[in-house]
Design a binder for this molecule. Structure first.
Ligand code: NAD
Ligand code: AHE
Ligand code: ZN
Length: 376
């Protein structure tokens, strides 16, 4: 069949809207008509050329929602007409990682996914001239239709609006999941969130859900203060507007007369900046502070700190897709949204047509949007 897509032809160039060929689903695969896709900072990171795994030409996008059109031989868990969210972290429930119960990082198709191809080593997308176009993060949601492995779709309830729940395909699940699955934040905790964008605001609403007492947001853009407060942030710090080192400032803020050491119980990096990651670790409490890295850093970047920071009981952790097991956890997050337990609508600041997708990335760069969503 033919479908319409925004193709990343080469790194650092705007996406090109074009008709592409899409082959139907092979055994174990599913053809999905996407109804909406969010624009995540990670798509921009890959398009910029900073992603060591970035390959071109490719169809980017990994935050979608749509309807199953056709299933390949042997597919049993979904059928035509089902509403689904594509999963860049699949859940096969059979590989050593899934069976370990210790991680959400299913390994069954990770190698081919990183090479931009389906598990059989081939791409379903091609140009009208027949040249292959690669898949991206196993999803390629910047196309009106895509083909996905069965293990990489979460079936969700049919009354949930596509233009909102697409965000659960990455940002919402990553932010809330980092709090509840990775950090396992407890009631009364003190937390610091660095970077109040599409991910950080979801960390904040996750912290509110978990019952944190003090939620400090840190951003270099003052415009994010109001956004943080809207979802539960209790204090805001702009590192450019304080006297002295940021870490000391945050430790002071969390210090109490009883606990004279100070420091956050939890911190979250939602920037991808390795200096911020260091500050995030070092502002946590001696003895038990945990710092969770969510941000994706460019090729070649490294983190550093004095080992003494770890010797004295701080822990550095990372999280991908918020530690969520997609097929199991994503339908539940959709339910939370439909039941009003979490918010999504106000974070979707812009709705675009596919032809306007590059404008969405421009607004992301300018800090004007929280989430832009392309509606097909
Ligand atoms: P975004 O651009 O919407 O938000 C980033 C925010 O960080 C902005 O508000 C910006 O002003 C702020 N910021 C930038 N530099 C800062 C600094 N030095 N100190 C404080 N704040 C600073 O991006 P996003 O969509 O929220 O994504 C955030 C990061 O998370 C990206 O690196 C993205 O690739 C990554 N990400 C990771 C996962 C995962 O599974 N680990 C999932 C989704 C996104
Ligand atoms: N390809 C990059 C790393 C990109 C990365 O860390 N991706 C996150 C998801 S970001 C979603 O917006 C992830 O899930 N990572 C786990 C995985 O297996 O890819 C690089 O540095 O090579
Ligand atoms: Zn993402």
């Amino acid at each position: 069949m033919r479908t319409r897509a925004a193709v990343a032809v080469q790194a650092g160039h705007p996406l090109e809207i074009m008709e592409v060929n899409l082959e139907g689903p092979r055994p174990g695969e599913v053809l999905v008509e996407l109804r909406a896709t969010g624009l995540c900072h990670t798509d921009d990171f890959t398009l910029s050329g900073a992603d060591p795994e970035g390959l071109f030409p490719a169809i980017l996008g990994h935050e979608g929602a749509g309807v199953v059109v056709e299933v390949g031989e042997g597919v049993t868990s979904v059928k035509a007409g089902d509403h689904v969210i594509p999963l860049y972290t699949p859940e096969c429930r059979e590989c050593p990682s899934c069976l370990s119960r210790k991680t959400n990082l299913c390994t069954s198709i990770r190698a081919t996914q990183g090479q931009g191809v389906m598990p059989d080593g081939t791409s379903r997308f091609s140009t009208l001239d027949g040249d292959p176009i690669l898949h991206y993060m196993g999803c390629s949601t910047f196309a009106n239709h895509t083909v996905l492995p069965e293990i990489a779709v979460a079936k969700v309830r049919e009354d949930a609006p596509f233009d909102k729940i697409c965000y659960i395909g990455c940002g919402v699940t990553t932010g809330i999941g980092a709090v509840i699955h990775t950090a396992k934040v407890e009631i009364g905790a003190k937390a610091v969130v660095f970077g109040l964008g599409g991910i950080g605001l979801n960390v904040i609403q996750g912290l509110r859900l978990a019952g944190a007492d003090m939620i400090i947001g840190v951003d270099i853009n003052n415009g994010k203060k109001e956004w943080g407060e809207r979802f539960g942030m209790t204090h805001f710090v702009n590192p450019k507007e304080i006297d002295g080192p940021l870490v000391q400032h945050l430790v002071e803020m969390t210090r109490t007369p009883f606990d004279r050491i100070g420091g956050a119980d939890y911190s979250f990096d939602c920037t991808g900046n390795v200096q911020v990651m260091r500050d995030a670790l070092e502002c946590t409490h001696r003895g038990w502070g945990q710092s969770i890295i969510i941000g994706v850093a460019p090729a070649g970047a490294e983190i550093s700190t004095r080992p003494f920071q770890l010797v004295t009981g701080r822990t550095w952790k990372g999280t991908a897709f918020g530690g969520a097991r997609g097929r199991t956890d994503v339908p539940q997050i959709v339910d939370w949204y439909m039941e009003g337990k979490i918010e999504i609508d106000p974070m979707i600041t812009h709705r675009l047509k596919l032809e306007e997708i590059n404008k969405g990335f421009e607004m992301m760069h300018a800090g004007e949007s929280i989430r832009s969503v392309v509606v097909y």
